[in-house]
Design a binder for this molecule. Structure first.
Ligand code: TRP
Ligand code: ZN
Length: 480
């Protein structure tokens, strides 16, 4: 006699959570193998990225989707020689790359040796409340001696681009921009000057800037800069796959970024989000589900180069297509080893917070607490929010440090980064927290399912184009 499996009688089966996690782990293993076979990374423009695109396309095609590769060009900047930043006077000292300084993305090239002229408005130490830090924000912060010299400016008070422009207008030959010294703003960060910039720009740690400022104020400091970089144009691809069925007039986009940084394999950032998007697509197909609303799965290129893939997608969509999208759900880093369950939403945008509420409710039903977070331009929700499309996502934490109260709520280690391997070679398959994978995928799949079936609601109809403020980041680049 044949033993009938009991589940066959119980109606449509939802794949067990264990299967979800096992499937995600297979995707993560595959991405790790791809990185291993391609110089240890999957960065946009590289062979590892192409292999990642091929892998994800194959998964989606096998599940029955028609997959579109959206090709576009990215402009990248690369240093062609090791840069050098050295104090020549009053005392010789070579600064260390990464520790003391980083050349700005799209910095101009130069070999020059010039006096350093501080801009007005520097505050060392910075004011405790952070207020009044506006060095270089106004044209008259730059004294006449700036012409032909290297301008020294402190971060804070306005967009960095404003400081670049003012320095260049004042005739500076190069610019050194040092961190503000406020809490969390002491180390070097990556900044971008955007393609087309010609001014040599170097970002300094607070400490390096402070030391230079002391002697520069006495007008005796000379610095030597050697920067050689070049701009390259390369093709890259976003991957798009639509659900079978579902009303195209109401499209839900579910996505994450597929590229890694050049420094590592990017398995948590963002293999984890990609594994989640792929498993959501696979499960919808396996169930033969034709959702009420159309669901569009999207894997973005070049997030790590300044959100280029998602920005390209949204800004080139015909207006009618854009109006069909009622929400975007973003998954960028969902398995950080020392995680917090962050719900990433644009706090000033009620329609974005409404999606955040859905994520919070999904966690809560599993007895899990979660925290508000506003990524403000650091991930792919940005282009959607700017276009007036409500967007929110999940995020398990990057370079930030876990606080004591977060440790009480989520466990893990206080005083340590959420992901100590963020943007590093050690962001491998061993950098994945299984429990986070389970919790985040459960909440994510619940919300994707609900929103795929949901009828139009009031908040989304009144979604305004409300950013929290001018964005402080463009992907990894600090703008402010
Ligand atoms: N997007 C960032 C990256 O890929 C990571 C990140 C930082 C992030 N803050 C975030 C992602 C907030 C989502 C939300 O490097
Ligand atoms: Zn990243």
């Amino acid at each position: 006699m044949l033993a009938l499996p009991l589940v066959a009688l119980a109606g449509p089966v939802r794949p067990a959570v264990a299967d979800t996690v096992a499937t995600m782990e297979r995707h993560l293993d595959a991405l790790q193998t791809i990185a291993d076979q391609n110089n240890g990374n999957r960065a946009a423009g590289s062979s590892g990225y192409r292999a990642s695109v091929d892998y994800a396309a194959k998964v989606l095609e096998k599940a029955g989707y028609d997959v579109t590769r959206q090709r576009f060009e990215i402009t990248t900047y690369r240093l062609t020689e090791r840069p050098a930043v050295a104090v020549v006077r009053p005392e010789k000292q070579r600064l260390r790359e990464r520790k003391d300084y980083l050349v700005a993305n799209f910095s101009g090239s130069a070999s020059l040796q010039r006096p350093v002229v501080p801009a007005g408005g520097t505050r060392v130490p910075p004011p405790a409340d952070g207020k009044g830090l506006k060095s270089g924000c106004s044209a008259d912060d730059f004294p006449a001696e700036t012409r032909g010299a290297i301008a020294l400016v402190q971060r804070g008070g306005c967009m960095l681009t404003q400081k670049f422009e003012n320095a260049q207008r004042a005739g500076a030959r190069a610019m050194l921009l040092f961190n503000s010294g406020l809490p969390g703003e002491k180390e070097v960060v990556t900044i971008t000057a955007e393609n087309g910039n010609t001014l040599p720009i170097v970002f300094l740690s607070y400490r390096a800037g402070r030391d230079l400022l002391r002697s520069a104020e006495a007008r005796r400091t000379v610095v030597r800069l050697d920067i050689r970089g070049k701009v390259l144009t390369k093709p890259t691809w976003n991957l798009i796959a639509d659900s079978r069925g579902g009303d195209p007039e109401r499209t839900l986009v579910v996505g994450g970024h597929l590229d890694s940084v050049p420094d590592g394999p990017g398995i948590n950032d963002n293999g984890s989000g990609i594994a989640l998007v792929l498993v959501a697509a696979q499960q919808m197909a396996e169930r033969g589900e034709k959702p009420r609303n159309r669901v569009r799965f999207a894997l973005w290129a070049a997030e790590e180069m300044g959100l280029l893939g998602s920005v390209h997608y949204v800004t080139t969509l015909p207006k009618h297509e854009r109006q069909r999208i009622f929400a975007y759900l973003n998954f960028d880093m969902v398995a950080s080893p020392n995680y917090v369950r962050f719900v990433d939403e644009t706090l000033a945008n009620p329609a974005s917070v409404a999606i955040g509420d859905d994520f919070r409710a999904a966690f809560k039903r599993k007895g899990l607490v979660s925290a508000h977070f506003d990524s403000g331009g650091r991930t792919d929700t940005f282009a959607f929010i700017e276009a007036g499309i409500p967007a929110a996502g999940l995020f398990s934490g990057a370079e930030g440090e876990k606080t004591k109260s977060q440790q009480k709520r989520y466990g893990g280690r206080a005083g340590e980064p959420y992901d100590a391997c963020y943007h590093q070679p050690c962001d491998t398959i061993d950098n994945i927290n299984r429990r986070a994978l389970r919790e985040f995928s459960s909440a994510a799949l619940t919300v994707v399912g609900e929103m795929a079936r949901r009828k139009p609601a009031v908040p989304e109809a009144t979604a305004a184009r409300t950013l929290s403020s001018s964005p402080r980041y463009k992907g990894p680049y600090a703008l402010y």
